[in-house]
Ligand binder design. Structure first.
Ligand code: BGC
Length: 767
């Protein structure tokens, strides 16, 4: 049976593609930073990356991207003078593992050189207890006596896509601690890395080797004896509010870690991870493949989740590197947030605080992006300030090498509504309005203000319309009345109105202060009007199909296969000016179906089915966001086998590496946290049928064939529940610490849940 708590491999073929892929799949992260799944002896050629969350830099006119720290995970070994690398010819055996339980990466490699073998073992983690800290345990054993040199320290050869971001690094040694300091180009942010080792063998000398700040440990290794040492490193930047200078803080951090020792550091880290899994694990009985991939997905989300108090968010490629500019997209609100909202609201709050933090950037974008736009137009690709990192020419044409004009930045306006909806969801599911008071309400009102400035009032039709946009389907640009976009805009007005009502009732002074602060009182009646009069395409009365945008039905018919057969270049972009999909009904990803999933309770099963059946054959699923939306909607009308297929496709996206690596000529490889979120969403909200709103939690299970049971945890309005769903019953175990009695609806029947008292309800699964 497959180990359900790890992934491992013993193949080790070099090659760029496979190194890149493994770097993504075996990455570790702790919200503060990531470390790609590369090996100790690797350098920039093998794309070693220690990507820092929330700190960005730009060199010249290249794309701004997150900063990679100098690599303090570096260690290289030589055996009788011969350097060892898993990419070299001396490898006899290699195995590497990522442990899900505690996000530890481990490897073991056996090298043979001149009649001797050396076994190298290492394991590393980024501390979940102390976010600035990385720890490595490293050991070697030779079968015969040998001269071994271990070079370990900080490699300042940093892998960057568009660097160098820390152009002038200084390497020093303070007592036994190695230190490297650098400053970013653009905003002179300091990045400091310190490293210390706990070592009791060999003789140590300090070496600077090219761009490496190293210690060389020389020893005469005895036959059969294992030599183990530990590395502790700390990364600090100007974003860390430490009372002392950063170098002193970093040095102190590694000294403390060393004094604590490896086992104690690991113990604290493990305890944090145990707590995370205790609340976030999902168990599937009867389907190891799904269990494994789902757990891997949850691990990814937990590793990427922002550090408490950081007000950071999760980029579209998480912390797997600099791809996609390290930018935050709608992916976070629409695909990742549900997991955090339902299981780990303390992290959801950080994701939302990030949008509050970047509100000024969204205001700047509105003020500069178009004629008379007002309010908050959130960045399509958002970095630390909220100014848009998305360029007007965001895709390269592989034929000409030229950049293609795309309108993701200026027309994909649904992003503001996605943010407003997420902010309100947070309030509904947690019952906590403090976030609204601390900037959330301001975000919502500014998003409504933006849509009001974007909308047109059609006098002849007596309605508002949202024109000239891109919906989630990026292959059709500058369309009118896109169902998804208009829906989120209308929702934004409704949410803005509900926010005002809530504050008026519960926090009248705060409301007055806010209305004054952003001078919006006079606009409130317009939001009421727009909530009523904004046009959203409705289902066709005969077919039930909602037209994705005005004129969509007139576009050419084609199948995805026919379209792809016409491609001249494998990476050719199908959208923009003359992409192959533009004149056809082929869409990149779930659009109407994403809307049906977003507003699950608003549409009947028939409408969902009609639209699913119409759009699915026309969807390329060219984005990792697409399949889970289709899976979710398929579950609702009972197409469970299909939903299961798309669930697995989403869950295994990184494990199987079946995704596009190039969009046009732009490299997009990296991990896919939105798919990880979509996986959880499909398992728990889809097959588990959980549907929570401000009034209650409903559970309408639709377990797929293979699943005997599904177990997960929910946090709802501050209280916790363990849920177990089988094909015939739902058991709810409310936490003893719950503050009140809740009534959950199981397949329509009320289940009264008092703190600490499990309840089992029998049900019959809907067809
Ligand atoms: C998708 C977007 C998504 C972005 C980042 C694009 O390919 O079309 O919807 O936000 O990737 O994942």
């Amino acid at each position: 049976m497959k180990n359900l708590w790890s992934i491992s491999t013993n193949e080790f073929a070099g090659g760029k593609e496979s190194l890149m892929r493994r770097g993504n799949v075996y990455q570790i992260a702790n919200g503060y930073m990531g470390y790609r799944g590369t090996l100790d002896e690797f350098g920039p050629e093998e794309s070693v990356g220690s990507t820092l969350a929330g700190i960005f830099d730009r060199v010249g006119s290249a794309w701004r991207e997150p900063v990679n720290a100098p690599n303090a995970g570096f260690t290289r070994v030589s055996l009788d003078g011969a350097e060892l690398s898993a990419l070299g010819r001396k490898v006899r055996h290699h195995e590497q593992t990522l442990h899900f339980a505690n996000a530890v990466f481990a490897r073991e490699t056996v090298f043979a050189s001149r009649g001797k073998t050396l076994t190298l073992k290492s394991s590393r983690f980024l501390s979940a207890a102390t976010p600035n800290l990385g720890v490595v345990q490293f050991s070697i054993r030779c079968d015969k006596a040998a001269a071994v040199t271990i070079r370990t320290g900080i490699d300042c050869n940093i892998w960057d896509l568009n660097g160098p971001h820390l152009p002038q690094l200084t390497a020093e040694k303070h007592g036994s601690v190695l230190l490297v300091q650098g400053v970013t180009n653009e905003s002179a942010k300091r990045v400091v890395v310190a490293e210390a080792v706990g070592l009791d063998f060999g003789t140590e000398t300090h070496e600077t080797q090219g761009h490496r700040n190293l210690r060389a440990i020389r020893l005469h290794a005895e036959a059969g004896k294992t030599y183990t040492f530990h590395k502790y490193y700390a990364v600090f930047t100007d974003h860390d509010a430490v009372g002392t200078p950063l170098p002193a803080a970093a040095i102190e951090a590694v000294r403390q870690a060393r004094a604590l020792g490896y086992q104690a550091c690991l113990g604290k880290h493990n305890a944090e991870w145990a707590r995370k899994w205790e609340r976030c694990d999902v168990r599937i009985e009867g389907d190891d493949e799904a269990q494994h991939a789902l757990r891997y997905s949850i691990l990814q989300l937990l590793m990427a989740a922002p550090v408490q108090g950081s007000a950071n968010s999760i980029p579209a490629r998480a912390l797997s590197g600099q791809v996609y500019k390290g930018a935050i997209f709608w992916d976070t609100e629409m695909y990742m947030l549900p997991f955090f909202l339902h299981t780990y609201p303390e992290k959801a709050v950080e994701l939302m605080r990030y949008r509050i933090k970047t509100l000024d950037g969204a205001r700047r974008k509105a003020a500069t992006e178009g004629p008379g736009y007002r309010g908050a137009f959130y960045a399509w690709e958002s970095q630390e300030t909220g100014d848009d990192a998305c360029t007007y020419f965001n895709v390269g044409d592989p034929f000409t090498g030229r950049d293609l004009r795309t309108h993701f930045r200026d027309k994909q306006v649904h992003i503001s509504g996605d943010v407003a909806i997420a902010m309100w969801e947070y309030f509904k599911l947690t019952g906590d309005d403090s976030l609204l008071l601390e900037g959330g309400a301001e975000v919502i009102l500014e998003c409504a203000r933006f849509y009001y400035s974007y909308a047109y009032f059609k006098r002849d039709k007596g309605r508002y319309e949202i024109l000239d946009v891109i919906g989630p389907d990026e292959y059709h640009e500058r369309v009118n009345n896109n169902a998804f976009t208009s829906t989120v805009a209308k929702e934004t007005f409704a949410i803005a109105n509900a926010t005002v009502d809530h504050l008026r009732k519960n926090h009248p002074k705060a409301l007055q202060a806010l209305l004054r602060k952003i001078d919006i009182q006079g606009e409130l009646p317009r939001f009421r009007e727009a909530e009523n009069l904004l046009y959203v395409p409705a289902p066709d009365p005969q077919t039930g199909v909602i037209e994705q945008f005005d004129g969509y039905f007139q576009l050419g018919d084609a199948t995805v296969e026919e379209l792809k057969a016409k491609m001249v270049h494998p990476n050719e972009y199908l959208g923009a000016g003359q992409g192959l999909a533009v004149a056809t009904k082929i869409i990149k990803q779930a659009d109407v179906v994403a809307m049906l999933n977003l507003l699950r309770t608003r549409f009947s099963t028939e409408i969902k089915k009609a639209n699913w059946e119409y759009y699915e054959p026309r969807t390329e699923h060219g984005s990792s966001l697409s399949a889970s939306a289709y899976a979710m909607v398929a579950i609702e009308f009972g197409k469970l086998d299909f939903a299961y297929k798309y669930f697995l496709k989403t869950a295994k996206i990184d494990l199987e590496a079946k995704y596009k690596v190039y969009v046009g000529n732009i490299f997009m490889g990296g991990s896919h946290p939105a798919a990880n979120g979509g996986t959880w969403m499909t398992a728990v909200l889809g097959f588990g049928g959980v549907q929570a709103d401000e009034n209650r939690v409903a559970i309408n299970p639709r377990l797929c064939r293979k699943w005997k049971s599904l177990q997960f945890q929910l946090v709802y309005q501050g209280d916790g529940f363990k849920i177990k769903i089988t094909k015939t019953s739902v058991t709810i175990n409310p936490a003893r610490t719950n503050t009140r009695k809740h009534t959950l609806l199981v397949a329509g029947s009320p289940a009264k849940c008092s703190p600490g008292k499990p309840v089992t309800v029998k049900y019959r699964q809907a067809k």
